[in-house]
Design a protein around this ligand. Structure first.
Ligand code: 13P
Length: 336
């Protein structure tokens, strides 16, 4: 087994998943101000450290994606944050793209930037303890989008990023996120997501990426959030699996879904169904931001000193997600 494959399996194997705590300072400020907490470096660290030191981190969280600010901060106990995470037998990771910018000649769409100087930044993050990375490309759906231009340019950037990350001894998370916004059907989402992911792997193969050392972070296949259409969790699961079977090479060890605006329960229930119906060799787990943090953040914002109460909520969500990653979750367990 290659070292990169070992790292990937440590992150997503054994019913574990990923905590995406890599919100940029801008996004984190929106989240904190949304619950009336001042967005200072100290408060951002306090909330994140509260999650990282929760009891269920050990069993449920195989990897934590950090933001540049956090990977350089130290915990109350004086430990560097990546050290704190690896002592918990979880793998520290880092978001390395510099954000999605307007795509020239297709101004409603985005291209993710961050390739300039990336090799040097990766070496620095490796020294700080990171062993995996994340790069997010984002696509909109409508009758004419995503355009061939957006699909092609983002896939190429994801492949160039992946090559540099593997060169540096880390596992790239490849995140092509087809957004939920819009009034499209789940079938439209299935068609477009399949096209997007296929193109990503075409480019990854062209760039000679070791696919055993890659984790795919896709969206689930859902109807557009303003479509007013509802499909069952089982239908979501089956379409999602169909899409991945048709677009992901079998060497890839696993898939860690983003929650993308689903509620905590929706994201858990859909993942559970995916695992019940999973007839592939891919591990199917979570790499959730909002769906792991939302209720903990809301509770914490009422009293930022109540660490224990906040951790109880996070422990519960982590536990539920880990059960869903094994197809063992049920609604009754939510209320226990
Ligand atoms: P959400 O689970 O909140 O969509 O965040 C995951 C993520 O890392 C998006 O890049």
């Amino acid at each position: 087994m290659s070292e990169l494959n070992n790292i990937a399996l440590k992150i997503i194997g054994n019913g574990k998943g990923i905590l995406a705590a890599d919100e940029s300072t801008g996004t984190m400020t929106k989240r904190l101000e949304g619950v009336h907490v001042k967005s200072s470096p100290e408060n951002r660290l306090l909330f994140r450290e509260t999650l990282f030191t929760s009891e269920r981190m050990n069993d449920c969280i195989g990897g934590v994606i950090l933001y540049d600010e956090t990977i350089k901060q130290s915990s109350k106990s004086g430990k560097k944050i990546p050290e704190l995470i690896s002592n918990l037998t979880s793998v520290p990771g880092i978001k390395v793209d510099t954000g999605a910018k307007t795509l020239a000649n297709s101004k409603e769409e985005k291209i993710t930037e961050g390739l300039d100087g990336l090799r040097e930044r990766l070496n620095e993050y490796y020294k700080l303890g990171a062993r995996f990375t994340k790069w997010r490309a984002v696509y909109i759906i409508s009758d004419k989008y995503p355009s061939k231009l957006a699909i092609q340019t983002n896939a190429q950037a994801l492949a160039r990023y992946s090559a540099l990350v593997q060169e540096c001894g880390m596992v790239p998370i490849v995140e092509p996120e087809v957004l939920m916004d819009g009034n499209h059907t789940a079938y439209d989402c299935y068609k477009k997501t399949t096209e997007v992911i296929k193109k990503c792997f075409d480019e990854l193969e062209l760039h000679k990426i070791d696919l055993k050392g890659v984790i795919l972070k896709p969206n689930m296949i859902l109807p557009g959030s303003s479509s007013g259409k509802k499909i069952t969790n089982e239908e979501i699961a089956k379409l999602t699996i169909k899409c991945l079977k048709e677009s992901v090479p079998s060497e890839v060890p696993g898939v860690a879904f983003l929650s993308g605006g689903q509620t905590e329960i929706e994201a858990t229930e859909n993942l559970n169904q995916i695992n019940i119906h999973n007839n592939t060799n891919f591990i199917m787990t979570y790499s959730y931001g909002r769906a792991l943090q939302q209720s903990a953040l809301k509770f914490w914002s009422k009293d930022i000193k109540n660490i224990k109460g906040t951790q109880e909520l996070f422990n519960h969500r982590a536990n539920m997600c880990s059960l869903a990653a094994q197809g063992k979750w049920s609604k009754e367990l939510e209320n226990k």
